[in-house]
Structures are given as C-alpha cells and as structure tokens.
Write a protein that binds this ligand. Structure first.
Ligand code: GLY
Ligand code: MN
Ligand code: MN
Length: 490
C-alpha cells in the first residue's frame, strides 16, 4: 500500500515557541507538601501488605492502580484507582493513574509512580520528572492541566513506602523472579506480562482471590470509613425527600432526584459508590434501574438505592422504598410489610459463625410463606423453597445481600469457601436487602399488586455476638417512614 499522507488534524494548543519554552522554565517558587501529611488511615496499611506478602512468600506481587479509559475522543472517564490498590496503599486520588504497588519476594513493598514533573521547560520526553515541559504541555498528566502529583520523596512520606520511578517498572519483567499480577486492571501491565521475555509473570485468579479475601474482614479504621459513608448517605436520602415537591413537577422526576442525591455524594465524598437507582412505580421491578428517566406518579412508590463513596473510597449501599404521596396505600403496605419481615428475619441470623447464606435463607422463607398465604404460589411455601424448585423467585429475582467495602459488591473474587459458602466473622460488613418485584405484566398477580417493587437494604457490621445496624438513622418501619417524610417535607 502506498504511504498514507499524514493527516493534519490540528490541535487546540498552539506550538510552544522557543521563547515561551525558555520563559516557562524558570522563576517558580518551591511548593513542597506539608511535612506531616500522610494518607488517611496511615497506620493500618503495613499489616495488610504483610498479610498479602505472607500468602505468597518468595514471589513478586504487582497490584496496579489502573489506567485512564477513553470516554470519547480526547476525553477520559474520571479515574478512580482499583480497590485492591487503594486497600494496600491508602492512595485514592485521580493522580494515581498507572501507578503500581510491587511487593518484592522478601516482602518489601515498593510503590512505582509517575513523579511530579519538574519545572524545566524542555521539549519532548514522555513525562515524569525529566525536563519535558510536561507541567504545562501535557493535557493528561500536566500539573497545570490536571493538578499536582507527589514526587518520589513525597509519595514515600505520604505512604511510608519505598518509591521508584514508573519508567523502571518494565525491568521487573525481564528476570526469572516468579511474579503474580492482578490481571485485567491495567492494560499496560497485562501487555508487559504477555511478552515472551516475561515468562515468569502470571496473571492469575489465585492472586485476585487473595486480594479479595484480604478485604473480607474490615479493620477498625475501615469500619469508621464505612460508617462515615453510611452517615453521608443518610443525609443524601433526606435531600431526596426534600427534593420531592420539585421532582414531582418535573417531567423526569427520577433524574431530578438522582441529581439531589449525587450532589450530596460529590459534596461530601468522592461521588457515588455505584450508579444511583431512582425507580418510581413499576421501574422498581427492574433491579438495576439506572436509566432514571421516568416521571414520578404521586400515587406510586419510589425505590431509591444509593451510596456515597468517601474520599477514601468506601461506599454505603442503602435502599429505601417510599410512598411518593407520603402515605402507603394498603396494597403497598402489604408488600412492604412482607419485605420488612423478611429483612428482619435475615438480620436476626447475623452473628459470627453463622453461614453467609443463612440470612438469605431466613428472609426467603418469610417471603415464600407470605406469597403462599396470598395464594400466589402454585405450590406450598415448603415446596417453593426446595433447591429443586425455587418458584418464589419469580417475585424476588436475586440474592439478598453481599459484602460491602471499597467496592459495593466487595470481595467479589473471593473463593466460595471463604465467602458465599463460608461463615461470618466479626468485622465483616454486609448488606441485607430482600425485595419483592411484582412485574406490571405478571398475569399471576391480582391487578392491585402489579407494578409494585419494594426493596429494603441496610448495611451491618458483624460484632462479637451479633451485628450492628450501621444504617439505622434511616427509618425502616412504614409508620416511621411516613413521619420521617412528613418532617422533611414542607
Ligand atoms: N445497589 C446494588 C446492590 O444493591 O447490590
Ligand atoms: Mn446491595
Ligand atoms: Mn443497593
């Protein structure tokens, strides 16, 4: 094929003249980080890294923060580091793009990072500390474009880690040291690991499982962060109730409410821990309704499932189902009461040593018995609950809880024997969230029940002898919900 002509597609930015380059290279004051600045929770990270190192003695372990992802053209999605990286470093900011925590075979952790660039104004170069003029020329990494990063010494001070330049990372892929990499997080690392010279590097599931399992039991600082997240989330729910009159007038009231919650999430924390679900009426029967483009019908229910992610990246996950009129109708109340009874039965099982699946089983028993009593099941509750039947699931659809932490569905890669088929331990944090989703087109249902969706979701921490409800600031009882709404509404 003939040589393709070079396309001149232009740039927003004018070329830098030699005169400008020289002018930019000097007369900048030193702006060091305060000498006492540390990552929040500083004292808790060494123990986590030591536990990981002890699980893979003599091996090199790579935990990446991840890379930017293109949203469109030259715009990227906002960056949020991989939870496994945040959990082991305490570094949670957008400037962590491309950074990698390496645990050496002797257990020493080293942080590979792109250090703050210096203020020399030279042209060319790939960024980092060498005089590339990156600080004012680079749209993705330049300090004058996206903000300051730490230099190597500052990152060491912040984290207590030894630090190294990211440019030196590829050297780790040339020797014979057995190396494990958390796969699928950073395409640059995945590519390096795939090179023939990197025969000793593996992208393996065992390491991903270990990173997940390391987070199953939360330490005291993590539980504080989760409580903070729950508290911010409760305020966000109050904001949503206060916004109801305006939202009811708007043709896309669901979006209006999403905005109200998300404003609180962004103001108090890093944002939402997952896409906010605002589901009015029959939209509540769609488990992950995040289109949120419907109007609000004052005679229907509103299902709000939302969580504020703290700056330290811990998220709550709470659902309340509210009557938009401020008062439940009797059909709405019947469905609500059954879900609440199921949730209470589930919560009552939580204690160290209980199997993880027990709260779900207890809740589903209550639901199946209720559905049978209403005459909705073609078989008895007992039969519907049998493993080879599950007919009640036409109306419940999904599981009713999960671990919670840095990820909304935390520890998702843990081995079944430690999580789904395991037992609860003190310090685990989880949701209990049964629901009934009575589809609007379900011919097994009487007309008055069609299109009602109810989920009640709370966050709990397992204690020495039971569980503590972290989200108790938000009412669950229907009468308490009505009075809570009345107090918030004008
Ligand atoms: N908001 C997702 C969930 O409840 O699991
Ligand atoms: Mn959940
Ligand atoms: Mn949820």
């Amino acid at each position: 094929m003939a040589d393709q002509p070079t396309l001149n597609t232009g740039s927003h930015d004018l070329p830098v003249t030699p005169a400008l380059e020289a002018f930019m290279a000097g007369q900048w004051a030193a702006t060091p980080l305060p000498a006492d600045e540390r990552v929040p929770g500083y004292a808790f990270f060494p123990a986590r890294r030591a536990r990981l190192a002890a699980a893979f003695p003599g091996e090199r372990l790579l935990v990446p923060a991840g890379q930017l992802k293109i949203r469109s053209n030259d715009c990227d999605y906002r960056f949020r580091p991989y939870s496994g990286y945040a959990h082991l470093t305490g570094l949670t900011g957008e400037e962590q793009v491309g950074h990698v925590l390496v645990v050496e075979p002797d257990g020493e952790p080293v942080l590979y990072l792109r250090p703050r660039s210096d203020r020399s104004g030279g042209s060319g170069g790939s960024g980092g500390s060498g005089g590339s003029g990156e600080f004012y020329r680079d749209r993705r990494y330049g300090e004058f474009w996206v903000g300051r990063r730490a230099d190597l010494a500052e990152a060491a001070q912040l984290t207590g880690l030894r630090t190294a330049h990211l440019d030196d990372l590829p050297k780790l892929f040339t020797g014979s040291v057995p190396t494990r990499i958390a796969a699928g997080i950073d395409p640059v690392l995945d590519e390096l690991a795939g090179r023939p010279s990197a025969a000793s590097a593996v992208l393996d599931g065992q390491f991903a499982a270990a990173l997940s399992e390391l987070r199953l039991v939360k330490d005291a600082w993590e539980i504080e962060q989760l409580q903070l997240s729950v508290d911010h989330t409760a305020r966000g729910f109050e904001d949503v109730v206060r916004a109801l009159p305006a939202a009811l007038r708007h043709h896309r009231g669901e979006r209006w409410l999403e905005g109200a919650f998300n404003a609180r999430a962004r103001a108090e924390g890093n944002g939402t821990g997952y896409e906010t679900i605002v589901a009015s009426g029959a939209h509540a029967c769609v488990l992950h309704w995040i289109r949120n483009d419907g109007p609000l019908d004052p005679n229907k229910l509103l299902l709000l499932d939302a969580g504020v992610e703290t700056d330290t990246l811990y998220t709550a996950d709470i659902t309340r189902t509210l009557p938009l009129s401020g008062t439940f109708t009797s059909a709405q109340r019947d469905v609500y009461d059954l879900v609440l009874a199921a949730q209470s039965a589930g919560i009552a099982t939580l204690r160290p040593g209980a199997s993880f699946r027990e709260f779900h089983r207890a809740g589903m028993r209550v639901i199946a018995e209720g559905l049978a009593e209403w005459g909705l099941l073609p078989v008895s509750a007992e039969e519907a609950l049998r493993d080879d039947s599950g007919l009640y699931r036409r109306y419940t659809l999904c599981g009713s809880g999960h671990m919670l932490g840095l990820d909304v569905h935390d520890c998702a890669k843990a081995r079944a024997e430690t999580y789904l088929d395991g037992v609860l331990e003190e310090g685990m944090v989880l949701t209990v969230e049964p629901g009934l989703y009575l589809q609007p087109d379900d011919l097994t249902l009487p007309a008055e029940l069609r299109g009602i969706g109810v989920r009640i979701e709370d966050d709990l921490v397992i204690t020495a002898d039971g569980a503590r409800l972290m989200s108790g600031a938000l009412p669950r009882d229907p009468a308490a919900i009505e009075s809570w709404m009345a107090a918030l509404l004008p």
